[in-house]
Design a protein around this ligand. Structure first.
Ligand code: TYD
Ligand code: MG
Length: 456
């Protein structure tokens, strides 16, 4: 018998190499290649000939009738909103997030709500004992909900159990990294195990009409397979974000085959579990002192909801010729480098001998490209030591040419800022005032610099 061929699978991105290497050639992560034996080694072992074997498949026009999949709303409005209306039957959802962020808590709450609505719900925990989950449910006031619990890690056991009787409407697997399929070799958590276990569970969900939710941990050290290999296999990918030291959590759809990906769900982690935040616009605004430099308020937009956030910048001049640090929390560091470069090259402001720190207050992560102008205003304010007026907000996208570009939904942003007591806005040229807001429009970043430094 031929010796099984060795292969090395990157635990971060799932790419396969025939020899061990220190660094993965695909995702450039270090020390992520692990030897795995067996599994689906070569995808094209069989030779295919044209016109032989297969059966003819029906081809359907794009305009043919469609039946919309059934949705199960959980009643947790923020969760339903992020998913586009609730869980979809015969579908697979992956929810990723840092350990301890609240994934198990959220899913236990969702499971209990669906069970209370008369659905059959099964929650399989591979991480905690059934007693631990029950205790948590009791603490959350969910002890009365009829959720069927199991502490198990074998997909064969789980599917044998569920194969009998009515399939569950919702099946939660917490987490996929703890699951083990005996169809292939390898320890739980390796890419091939995660992939095989997920495949079996997804097949069950699609055949039996269950909504499957897989919890996936995101770790940096590569010892656990990142959920990235799973993203292609599931219909919906949700990310549960936030800083553990802060109270607020955001549920964001990254991929959704059944709906949009632009709405978020906002929650607060409290002693009684996750509570919904229906109106998040003022949530991330900390109390701001009058006259502090380097701080701007940005009216961000999440789907159709405005969220006002404070952007803080600190600029420290270095005496020596040491390489200055740039540190960013809550925003893209590449984008910060770009704004700094535009301020240098187009506006004559020099940050080259300064350390630059940028922080989005409240543990919020800004993804809206309209933040550019607010970040630039915070940087200019920090460098020039002139505060941005406390009653002003700023928004606009900045191009490499230094041009300030218009952004989507300016009226919505202005209206919400006005509602929260702001009176002025700095934005792209030709932005119309709204809700009583006075708008200063800027064609270029240079014009904003002149305005803020009082140069004409
Ligand atoms: P958990 O749902 O276990 O996180 P994950 O499954 O993503 O790893 O949540 C863990 C954290 O949440 C834990 O550190 C304590 C906190 N927490 C609360 O603050 N209140 C609560 O009611 C619960 C259940 C957890
Ligand atoms: Mg958990």
């Amino acid at each position: 018998m031929a010796k099984p061929q060795k292969r090395y699978v990157c635990q971060s991105c799932g790419s396969v190499a025939s020899r061990w290497q220190g660094q993965c050639v695909d995702c450039s992560e270090w020390n992520t290649l692990i030897e795995e034996v067996g599994g689906n080694v070569t995808p094209f072992q069989a030779k295919h000939n044209l016109q032989s074997g297969g059966r003819a498949i029906a081809l359907i026009g794009l305009d043919a009738d469609v039946t919309l999949p059934e949705r199960m709303a959980t009643g947790i409005a923020e969760l339903d909103r992020a998913m586009g209306g609730g869980f979809v039957e015969a579908s697979a959802t992956l929810i990723g997030g840092d350990p301890g962020i609240g994934k198990s808590t959220l899913l236990l709450q969702a499971a209990a709500e669906l069970a209370r609505r008369g659905q059959r719900v099964v929650y399989v925990s591979g991480e905690e004992a059934a007693d631990q989950v029950r205790l948590r449910a009791r603490r959350l006031g969910l002890g009365d909900a009829h959720v069927e619990l199991a502490a198990a890690t074998s997909t064969r056991d789980i599917l044998t159990t569920l194969g009998q009787g009515q399939p569950p409407a919702l099946l939660v697997i917490d987490s996929i990294q703890t699951m083990h399929s005996d169809l292939i070799e390898g320890a739980p958590g390796t890419v091939s195990q995660v992939r095989a276990s997920a495949q079996e569970l997804i097949r069950f969900a699609k055949e039996r009409g269950s909504a499957l939710v897989l919890v996936g941990h995101v770790t940096k050290d590569g010892s656990i397979a990142g959920p990235r290999v799973l993203e292609h296999m599931v219909d919906t990918v949700l990310s549960f974000e936030g800083e553990r030291s802060h109270q607020y959590r955001i549920l964001r759809a990254i991929k959704n085959r059944f709906g949009g990906t632009d709405e978020i769900g906002v929650f607060a982690m409290e002693t009684g579990g996750l509570s919904e935040v229906a109106n998040p616009s003022a949530l991330f605004l900390t109390h701001r002192e009058e006259g502090v430099t380097g701080s701007t308020v940005f009216p961000a937009l999440e789907g159709t909801r405005p969220v006002l956030v404070e952007i803080q910048a600190l600029v420290v001049r270095l005496a020596s010729g040491a390489t200055p640090r740039r540190a960013v929390v809550g925003w893209d560091s590449g984008r910060l480098a770009m704004i700094l470069a535009v301020l240098e090259a187009r506006c004559g402001l020099s940050f080259s001998t300064c350390e630059v720190y940028l922080n989005i207050a409240g543990g919020y992560r800004v993804q809206d490209p309209a933040a550019d102008l607010a970040v630039a205003a915070a940087l200019i304010s920090a460098l020039s030591e002139r505060p941005v007026p406390a009653d002003a907000v700023a928004f606009g996208e900045i191009a490499l040419s230094g041009e300030v570009r218009p952004v989507a939904h300016a009226p919505l942003r202005l209206k919400e800022a006005a509602k929260l007591g702001f009176e002025r806005a700095m934005g792209p040229a030709a932005t119309k005032g709204e809700g009583g807001m006075k708008v200063s429009g800027f064609k270029t970043l240079g014009a904003l610099v002149d305005h803020m430094l009082g140069r004409g």
